[in-house]
Design a protein around this ligand. Structure first.
Ligand code: GCV
Length: 640
């Protein structure tokens, strides 16, 4: 299927006098060859009329490997006459080339210099793609990795590797953590040749391939009677399987595992803990330099809503904190950004900073499961940035992680991300994890400039993107109160949809109060944080307004730091959020003729749906709280 090259698409530079270019690369690895290829085709697109020559030329690029602190580091200096790119290895050179091309696309020929060592060593995408071609929480068409049980490699796969590498992403898990395929699992021989080809392709672009595996594979694939991590037969089975897999699939990065989570099998079935489970796999893949990424998303998904003592927000901390120091060196614990599940607003997860003797990575979600499903514009880059810079009491989040994985938002749509504007999230995730010093404004401005040639379009779209998260939060779930969405598919409002269910996701709203008491007088969750956070979150007086109802149960008349009561805040934000969505839709209309027709149509359809849905959210949530509290809106606006 045809696909867009997104931010890599050709944009010839006008008015430059270059007629010949020379490229010299002294290093010969698959990655530096990819760098030469990228440079050659990138420069051909920028300067369509030039010839490539050796020796004397109007413009030259010289590339070589130098000593850097990391093999992924690079340095680029350029002016009108030429550029030098040095890197800590072929991969560093490749990143340097992408930086040079980005610099040329953004600023044309001129002085440009950049020296960077990636902020986070592991910058990963997790695909929730199933082998049948469907995508769990996918809003951009079907999988481009799988169709009808087959692994695909085609032109699109190549473009994908180039797109990821151009923003510094260096790892990718290609299949869903909910492994449903039983004996068809990717670790079986049938897939080895294709996996190996994919590993080579990704490897050329500095990307390690990871596979999600089923913890019970010794039974589902191997036919054993148990998957007990301490059973010798089970250990031997994993060792043999990994020997076969890693020998045939050279360069494989390792496994991603969801265990004892939402009914996935895990070590609990055998009375073992998660360190036993993770180390079982870690030991089987250690001889091949593989790593096990073990998810911390473990909670009781069969809770009784009447039980006010069990708190889902606590569960990962309670489960994993006691295991600090017990995981093997090649295990990384993958922790979601917040303690629940990618809601529009959550506090930072209390495990960040709490396990100094364990490799920890963060997990965020580009797929907009709870943030408008790529029908609503919701730019996540500012919230990712705030998350990485958030203090944990023991340093910032980024100082406490060895990397971050993002649940991918791509599929086989022409524009990859369903909404063309959602590609900004993919771009921004890569740029931010590579260079943590970048501001969201700079990243968005870059993406707009690389994507749209028209100045008005760049300005209008950047403004929409930067305001979009607040608008979405305003018309959906206020003050940290998550889970007001419809159950299962998670689109649209249903404030009681999850209230009497088993998922541990309650708002506890009644006629007097709303919110969950997670302070010392409630579930004690706020006490899991290091100071000063425990203190700040622990009292309604000091808790930030935006998280008040996550941590506290308060009367509707409780006054926020903003001076408004909780109920008035709910009404105001819902009316204002809708108005903002309306302004977005109107601003988009002004772009007709400034952007191509396909992009315009793609946005028009989505902004119309966003507006319809925002009105639905506004009216359902306002009516819900009005009926419960009996308190009128001070401004007497329409509530149903
Ligand atoms: C892959 C949420 C989503 C599930 C997802 C799960 C997870 O519960 O709704 O679709 O499963 O998170 O992160 O494992």
């Amino acid at each position: 299927m045809e696909h867009s090259a997104l931010w890599l698409k050709a944009q010839p530079l006008s008015g430059c006098g270059i007629r010949s270019i020379s490229i010299v690369c002294t290093d010969h690895t698959p990655q530096s060859s990819a760098a030469v290829w990228e440079l050659r085709s990138g420069l051909t697109e920028l300067f369509p009329k030039v010839a490539f020559v050796t020796g004397q030329a109007d413009y030259f690029v010289k590339m070589k490997v130098k000593k850097f602190t990391s093999p992924e580091s690079y340095s680029v200096t350029s002016d009108e006459n030429g550029a030098f790119v040095t890197g800590g290895s072929g991969v560093g050179i490749l990143y340097g080339v992408f930086a040079l091309l980005r610099g040329l696309r953004l600023g044309g020929l001129g002085r440009f210099s950049e020296s960077i060592t990636p902020s986070q060593p592991l910058r990963m995408l997790d695909h929730w793609d199933n082998l049948d071609g469907s995508i769990e929480r996918g809003y951009s068409g079907r999988s481009f990795f799988f169709r009808d049980g087959e692994l695909l490699i085609n032109e699109r796969t190549v473009t994908y590797a180039r797109l990821l590498s151009s923003v510094g992403i260096n790892a990718c898990a290609i299949n869903n953590v909910n492994v449903r395929d039983g004996a068809q699992m990717l670790i079986t021989e049938k897939f080895f040749p294709r996996l190996s080809a994919l590993c080579d392709l990704f490897g050329r672009y500095g990307i390690k391939l990871f596979l999600s595996v089923d913890f019970s594979a010794p039974m589902s694939v191997g036919g054993l009677a148990t998957s007990d991590p301490l059973d010798r037969e089970v250990q031997a089975w994993w060792s043999e399987r990994c020997a076969k897999l890693f020998r045939r699939v050279n360069g494989l990065g390792g496994f991603l595992v969801k265990a004892d989570s939402e009914r996935q099998p895990g070590p609990y079935a055998y009375g073992r803990d998660h360190a036993d489970g993770a180390n079982l796999l870690a030991r089987a893949i250690a001889p091949y330099g593989g790593r096990v990424i073990w998810r911390a998303f473990v909670y009781n998904c069969s809770q009784d809503w009447r039980d006010r003592t069990t708190d889902r927000a606590r569960s990962a901390y309670d489960c994993f904190k006691p295991l600090d120091g017990k995981f093997d060196e090649n295990v990384i614990l993958q922790v979601k950004n917040g303690p629940m599940d990618f809601q529009v607003r959550e506090p930072v997860h209390p495990l960040f900073g709490a396990m100094p003797n364990t490799n920890i990575m963060a997990e965020v979600q580009l797929a907009q499961e709870y943030t408008g499903q790529q029908k609503h514009v919701c730019c996540l880059v500012p919230s990712f940035c705030a998350f990485f810079r958030h203090e944990t009491g023991r340093g910032t989040v980024s100082e406490n992680v060895c990397g971050t994985a993002a649940v991918s938002n791509t599929g086989d749509d022409f524009c990859w991300t369903g909404s063309e504007l959602a590609a900004a999230n993919l771009y921004g995730f890569g740029r931010l994890t590579f260079d943590g010093s970048l501001s969201p404004e700079r990243i968005i401005a870059e993406w707009c400039a690389l994507t749209f040639s028209d100045e008005t379009a760049r300005r209008v779209i950047a403004e929409i993107l930067l305001r979009s998260h607040k608008a979405y939060e305003d018309y959906t779930a206020p003050l940290g109160l998550g889970w007001l969405c419809k159950p299962n598919h998670h689109y649209g409002p249903d404030p009681w949809g999850y209230e009497f269910d088993r998922w541990g996701t309650y708002n506890r709203a009644d006629r007097d109060c709303v919110g969950v008491d997670r302070s010392a007088s409630g579930t004690g969750y706020s006490e899991l944080y290091a100071e000063p956070l425990a203190n700040v979150f622990g009292s309604p007086e000091t808790c930030p307004d935006e998280l008040l109802l996550f941590f506290h149960r308060v009367p509707y008349t409780h006054r926020l730091h903003s001076g408004k009561t909780v109920i008035q805040h709910i009404y105001d934000t819902h009316f204002e959020g809708y108005e903002q969505a309306k302004r977005f839709a109107e601003a988009w209309k002004t772009l007709e003729g400034h952007i191509d027709e396909q992009t315009f149509a793609n946005g028009s359809e989505r902004f119309a749906e966003q507006l319809r849905s925002a009105a639905e959210w506004r009216d359902v949530i306002n009516s819900f709280f009005h009926r419960l509290s009996g308190i009128d809106d001070e401004q007497n606006r329409q509530i149903y």
